[in-house]
Design a protein around this ligand. Structure first.
Ligand code: SAH
Length: 213
């Protein structure tokens, strides 16, 4: 569990790459510069941890590309104390970035292996989510709703109604929508009945799956 000067240097270079690619939110860049991404990856990929690429983690899933994490987090516009729901805990890297931004984080994962790993690992390195949940993100988290922000980190074939319903008025849902490739989509809830939708280009995620098989 070593975070050396070499790692810190590589992280700073990664931050520079993200700035070049258009990320400008200082708090987001600062968080990417602080979270030790290499510790969220399998040992065989350690040398690549600070490249701007997605990499395999357990259960056939991936740790998202840093640019994607930064882009989604920037679009989410979180503020400290916001109640935030993440769908797809995965490695826990995006969750760590959100924790560092001071939000009250709820994160759902449907793969038990990843859920268990993140539940132990995140608090161990100092990132304490309000709750990590093993379950199906398509349902959202009714008992804790409404949320200021909801972030989906898997490719959703459609926008789950439960997620829109669990958003506060003024709240933002960031969700990559599509089957093979996804369009990054933002929904802002403008009233109890109305949402404004905006699209932000193509990304590629592992699929958001509905059942547990
Ligand atoms: N945020 C993660 C990205 C992981 S990839 C990170 O920073 O590493 C997307 C994750 O979404 C995978 O772990 C996958 O198992 C999970 N996932 C897919 N469908 C889901 C669903 N219906 N509910 C909850 N999690 C889901």
């Amino acid at each position: 569990m070593i975070d050396s000067f070499k790692h810190k240097g590589l992280r700073q270079k990664l931050v520079d790459v993200l700035v070049e690619k258009g990320i400008s939110n200082e708090a987001v860049l600062d968080a990417i510069g602080k979270v030790p991404r290499h510790l969220f990856m399998d040992s065989s990929f350690l040398d690549h941890a600070y490249q701007d690429k997605a990499f395999p983690i357990a259960a056939n899933q991936t740790i998202s590309q840093p640019y994607t994490v930064a882009f989604q987090t920037e679009l989410l516009e979180v503020e400290p104390k916001h109640k935030v729901l993440e769908i797809g805990t995965g490695s826990g890297y995006q969750a760590a970035v959100l924790c560092l931004l001071g939000v009250e984080l709820y994160s759902i994962e449907r793969q038990s292996e990843l859920f268990k790993k993140a539940s132990i690992f995140l608090p161990k390195i100092g990132y304490v989510a309000k709750r990590l949940i093993f379950g199906d993100g398509y349902q959202g988290l009714e008992e804790e709703a409404p949320f200021d922000r909801i972030l989906v980190t898997a490719g959703a074939p459609f926008v789950p109604k439960a997620l829109l319903a669990q958003l506060k008025v003024g709240g933002r849902l960031v969700i990559p929508v599509g089957e093979k490739e996804q369009i990054m989509t933002l929904y802002v809830r403008t009233s109890t009945k109305a949402f404004e939708k905006q699209e932000f280009g193509q990304f590629k995620f592992v699929p958001m799956l509905e059942d547990k098989s």
